[in-house]
Design a protein around this ligand. Structure first.
Ligand code: THU
Length: 151
């Protein structure tokens, strides 16, 4: 059984209906940004995802062999999946960019994998100065590819 199967973990809140953002998710992304390992790009990214009612965080982890680095959003999603949470509900990403930068295309696709309804998944981008932008995942990845297309 994964955490998604546990009715007790159903989220009480609906971040998509909260125009003020998602304070817990944003705080976790901001904190995770401090743990980024980005000595090459110096572009530190923290991410937090709410999956199956629980928050998981991640940060970008780079490598001297540049192509081996991984984005913050994906480390967060993979941590959730390893913990048994498969249902994506909301995402927050923290960078130093102004305006706050949105997830890269590869990460949008990985987020899409776990979004039952991409139009119901809020993606919030923030920076430590308090700026915020938000979208739904459907807006960031219209007509995204899913396993439903596979034979
Ligand atoms: N990065 C992320 O962590 N998330 C994104 O959505 C965009 C890019 C990271 C990858 C790399 O470590 C650094 O930012 C510069 O591209």
């Amino acid at each position: 059984m994964t955490r998604d199967d546990d009715p007790a973990r159903d989220p009480a809140r609906d971040p998509a209906r909260d125009p003020a953002g998602d304070a817990e998710l944003e705080a976790r992304a901001l904190d995770a940004q401090r743990r980024a390992y980005a000595p090459y790009s110096k572009f530190r990214v923290g991410a937090a995802v709410r999956m199956a009612g629980e928050v998981f965080d991640g940060a970008n982890v780079e490598n001297a062999s540049y192509g081996l680095g991984i984005c913050a959003e994906r480390t967060a999603v993979f941590a959730a999946v390893i913990a048994g949470a498969h249902r994506l509900e909301a995402v927050a990403v923290c960078t130093d960019a102004s305006p706050p930068s949105s997830p890269c295309g590869a990460c949008r696709q990985v987020l899409h994998e776990f979004a039952a309804d991409p139009a119901a998944v809020t993606v919030i981008a923030i920076n430590p100065r308090g700026e915020r932008r938000s979208w739904t995942l459907a807006e960031l990845l219209p007509d995204g590819f899913s396993g439903r297309e596979l034979p």
